[in-house]
Design a protein around this ligand. Structure first.
Ligand SMILES: Nc1nc2c(ncn2[C@@H]2O[C@H](COP(=O)(O)OP(=O)(O)OP(=O)(O)O)[C@@H](O)[C@H]2O)c(=O)[nH]1
Ligand SMILES: [Mg+2]
Length: 299
């Protein structure tokens, strides 16, 4: 069943605009029931379920952009782009699932943009060199041509095409899905589950307290996220690292938690920052959660 409000066909391009409801509206229109949550298994997928060639048939005229926010990711951006181009685009000789690979590069000093372009991406620059990841995603939404946008991070060292097919699978095969979040095992320093410190110590506790219906989302900060353009356009963009949590809360408020799907992407290895660099991320997330908190909603 299609999501209420979904356009009949591919959407026109619009600027990212304010949501149709605010937090008071969330409560008024019943958009985010506090007792509901994702089904235990109904909304959870495994990337290996999805075959790229079968997904091409499921596109039904829809176009796909893979978007990669990247700042100073020279070590990894080339292989990530090259993998997507070679495996999943027609010009690269792959399965024609992806119509565009877009890298948003701002403020890089290590040649990230050139490396991405050489690997076959269209590279655009962000609006400011200090805009943060949220602004890079906003630029991606404005610049990308696709009806469906799949975001992947540019610092993943064990990237494979299953990141993209896994994210697109639920969107292409189930019209009731508005957003797909990746989840994965996150090794750190030899501990297979030691990564995701901001997730476990800030994002998930805040979600448990303020948005319990979203507690079942295993990696709420995952950069691996896919959604139709029209869904993203209904959400309020947040700056910096708050962008992922803000998107989840906005989608849940507009379309219901049950429209969010999760996909198991296996193991994900990326650059891990030292503890001292995690405080700004945690601060962004707390600020976004408080700004959207039902506790602050007023009639
Ligand atoms: N264009 C752009 N990309 C950014 C910016 N900040 C982060 N990114 C990219 O967004 C992706 C995710 O950022 P990370 O810093 O890895 O964030 P994270 O994975 O949530 O957190 P870590 O555990 O610290 O890696 C990476 O590809 C970054 O290069 C920015 O200001 N501009
Ligand atoms: Mg990272």
């Amino acid at each position: 069943m299609a999501v209420p409000g979904a356009p009949d066909g591919p959407s026109d391009r619009h600027e990212w605009r304010a949501p149709v409801t605010n937090l008071a509206g969330v409560r008024d229109d019943g958009g985010m029931p506090v007792t509901a949550g994702l089904g235990d298994d109904g909304s959870t997928y495994v990337a290996a379920e999805f075959d790229a060639a079968a997904l091409v048939a499921a596109k039904r005229g829809r176009t796909v952009s893979v978007c990669i926010p990247a700042r100073n990711e020279a070590a990894t951006i080339g292989p990530i782009v090259a993998t997507i181009v070679a495996e999943l685009t027609a010009p690269g000789g792959g399965i024609p699932l992806v119509d565009e690979v877009l890298v948003v590069d701002d403020g890089s000093t290590d040649g990230t943009g050139d490396l991405a372009a050489r690997a076959g991406a269209r590279v655009v620059t962000g609006d400011t060199a200090s805009g943060g990841k949220g602004q890079a995603m906003r630029v991606a939404l404005r610049e990308a041509a696709g009806d469906l946008l799949a975001f992947v991070d540019g610092d993943v060292t064990n990237f494979g095409p299953h990141f993209v097919t896994g994210l697109l699978g639920p969107l292409l095969t189930d019209d009731s899905v508005t957003v797909v979040k990746g989840f994965y095992q996150r090794p750190l320093h030899g501990d297979p589950d030691g990564g995701g410190r901001v997730t476990e110590l800030m994002a998930r506790p805040v979600i448990d307290l303020l948005f319990p219906a979203l507690s079942v989302v295993r990696q709420p900060l995952a950069g691996e996220t896919a959604a139709p353009r029209w869904v993203l356009e209904k959400c309020t963009p947040a700056d910096g690292y708050a962008v992922e949590l803000a998107l989840l809360v906005d989608v849940a408020s507009h379309f219901g938690v049950e429209s969010i799907a999760q996909v198991d992407l296996g193991v994900r290895v990326h650059r891990n920052r030292p503890l001292s660099e995690l405080r700004p991320q945690a601060t962004d997330i707390l600020a976004a959660a408080l700004a959207r908190s039902p506790l602050l909603a007023h009639d």
